[in-house]
Ligand binder design. Structure first.
Ligand SMILES: Nc1nc2c(ncn2[C@@H]2O[C@H](COP(=O)(O)OP(=O)(O)OP(=O)(O)O)[C@@H](O)[C@H]2O)c(=O)[nH]1
Ligand SMILES: [Mg+2]
Ligand SMILES: [Zn+2]
Length: 325
């Protein structure tokens, strides 16, 4: 394995060479435990300490997926984090508005959603907005197709909100459409699996790894919720080249994104809104609102419009954190 196999391309190499830190070695963070970073390097696995202050273009600590520079000492220390190509960021839990970077340098974001009680179009829109903001290519994987009476209908519903994003109904255990995620992987590519607890992220990762690398556990029978089996984010090297990051199921997925992310995630709504009489139409009570008119004519789902408005308000609160509403 070389670092190029997991995405260390010319751009990252240049960034590494240009660092104003003592020459050391480059590595990719597979996992963070307190102040210890697990890394893969050209000469195998390594552990490095993460000091309080790390050189980085923006403030923050290294996370799973980061490319870092380390001192070449007996006990290596992370000296710098290379500029990130993409980041998965959510609003951290708690009252204070602040971002939490979950993982970085992800090319393909597998949005994993079970075709059991987990299926939820509004949550899907949230994930697609995060993918757009974080500069990742989303791929929707509807898992447990074998447990669903009409997986094709569900996939069609998901395509209705995913606007051009690939959507597959798969079943890892029953062997339905399992080639679909594989086609999005390969040397140099990093994927990450996100979704609710119990959606089947670790089951998918184990399938792709070809081994029971991650622990999986059954969902609760009464509501199909998972038991938060995976508790840390971890990057693994895939046997077919490239890497995959498994993540813990998310209880809360607060949006932390730029407004433009909504334009990518809701292109249908944006296109219709150019017909609103007022340029700053909030699509609520204004006369001549093309979106409300489209809902009445059946050209736009009322729930999708409500979701678009609600996510927009959530993003506004990010830029004005003191505002409540
Ligand atoms: N039938 C079927 N069951 C699946 C599939 N994928 C996952 N499961 C089952 O769903 C349960 C939860 O799977 P996990 O892979 O642990 O889910 P997870 O998303 O990693 O959950 P957390 O780690 O808690 O976030 C397990 O019992 C799996 O066997 C699938 O494609 N088909
Ligand atoms: Mg898991
Ligand atoms: Zn309007």
């Amino acid at each position: 394995m070389t670092l190029a196999d997991i995405g260390f391309d010319a751009e990252f190499e240049q960034a590494f060479a240009a660092l104003a830190v003592a020459p050391g070695f480059a590595g990719r963070v597979t996992r963070i435990d307190a102040d210890q970073a697990q890394l893969v390097t050209d000469s195998g696995e390594a552990t490095a300490r993460v000091p309080r202050r790390v050189v980085r273009v923006e403030p923050g600590r290294p996370v799973t997926g980061d490319w870092v520079a380390c001192s070449a000492s007996a006990e290596p220390v992370v000296s710098a984090v290379l500029p990130r190509r993409s980041e998965l960021v959510r609003r951290a839990a708690g009252r204070r508005a602040r971002p939490q970077v979950l993982c970085t340098n992800v090319d393909v974001l597998f949005v994993v959603m079970g075709l059991d009680g987990d299926f939820n179009l509004r949550r899907l829109e949230r994930y697609l907005t995060l993918a757009a903001d974080g500069r990742m290519k989303p791929v929707v994987l509807l898992t447990k197709a074998g447990l669903c009476a009409d997986p094709a209908a569900r996939a069609a519903e998901a395509r209705g909100v995913a606007c051009g994003v690939d959507v597959y109904a798969i079943d890892v255990l029953a062997g339905i459409e399992t080639d679909a995620p594989v086609r999005h992987l390969g040397p140099g590519i990093t994927a990450a699996a996100v979704g609710s607890s119990g959606a089947g992220k670790s089951t998918l990762v184990n399938f792709l790894m070809g081994s029971d690398r991650m622990r999986v556990d059954a969902v609760r029978a009464h509501d199909d919720r998972g038991k938060h089996t995976t508790t840390h984010r971890e990057l693994m090297l895939l046997p077919q080249g490239g890497a995959i990051i498994d993540t813990p199921g998310m209880r809360e997925l607060g949006l932390w994104a730029e407004g433009e992310a909504l334009e990518t995630a809701f292109p249908d709504v944006i296109a219709l809104s150019s017909g609103c009489r007022f340029r700053d139409c909030r699509h609520q009570t204004e006369p001549g609102c093309a979106l409300r008119a489209a809902v009445q004519k059946g050209g736009l789902d009322a729930a999708r419009l409500a979701s678009y408005i609600a996510l927009g308000k959530e993003l506004e609160r990010r830029s004005n954190p003191t505002r409540r509403g």
